[in-house]
Design a protein around this ligand. Sequence first.
Ligand SMILES: C[S@@+](CC[C@H](N)C(=O)[O-])C[C@H]1O[C@@H](n2cnc3c(N)ncnc32)[C@H](O)[C@@H]1O
Length: 335
Amino acid sequence: MKMQAGLPSLPDDMSEAVDFHGYHEPVLAEASTSLLVTRPGIYVDGTLGGGGHSLLLLRLLRKLDGKSLLVGIDQDSNALEAAGARLEAFRDMSTLVRGNFSTVKEVVTSVSNGLGKGLPVMGVLLDLGVSSFQIDTPGRGFSYLRDGPLDMRMDPDGPVTAADIVNEYDDRSLSRLFLKYGEEPLGGRIARAIVAARSAAPILTTGALAEVVRRACPRKDLAIKTLSRIYQALRIEVNDELGVLERALEEGFSVLSPGGRFAVISYHSLEDRIVKRFFAARAAADWGPKGLALREPLTPAEALPVTKKAVLATEDEIRRNPRSRSARLRIVEKL
Ligand SMILES: C[S@@+](CC[C@H](N)C(=O)[O-])C[C@H]1O[C@@H](n2cnc3c(N)ncnc32)[C@H](O)[C@@H]1O
């Protein structure tokens, strides 16, 4: 982990072996959990997944003096099942909810009125994107490496699949999507290839789409990069990932008590930019237009950055868990 000077050293129990049963190894696990937990209260893991981060949070919370409660949220029922089994030993301190993290305020309000009555909300964690389990399950349709239905819904009951988009969006909308969410320079060319291919037969599998994209790539050695950008763009659109992130940042920050911390791990520049801007805006006081020379700001800062820069994975973690290569952890404390 690339840690800034002055960060606390890791508690002893972080070194306890954790078996993640191949579901998903948590990324930046030590930094994201040890920097989040400060004192007893309600902690929200908005992206429960296989419960990897939650397990580490619960271990830290159990050691603290005082009552704490972990609220785990995921929109995928498979994740809730896997995490429920993993967190069995902490049943008395955790409550797991199926839902979208963009409704974190509603979830926390209901917990604060019930099980967590009287407890301050001291932490919110978001570990964005999909889990290894979701990517590795062909039936979920997230990967061009595994043939399966072209689905990509994190919430299996969600209204729109990747197949709907690929077969229904017109050429210009597809092209815009690949450029905006995939930052793919060949977006227009791929969009035209998709429209031509689907006029013969609908594109219904990850394998069929991968074939169309590969054929449209002029440089076969660069096709893998194009494939990942196209698949990323579709996944973001299917799950409205940037829209729900913006809502979750607002709601998550608003439910935190003073002194509570908000940690977000993102995996690509589009998400990271949103998180960075949101946290920077909360950490800046408003001094009005230049030249006003006020004694006090018009609006004081609402947060303090916990680390100066984003925390990145070490070479060692990247070797062990390649998913961590692009991870960036940002964390602020509410004032
Ligand atoms: C990267 S994984 C989290 C892994 C988890 N931190 C662990 O250690 O096992 C992301 C998880 O968040 C869930 N997720 C992503 N976006 C979500 C959203 N908007 N609302 C609820 N869950 C979401 C996904 O279904 C997935 O299970």
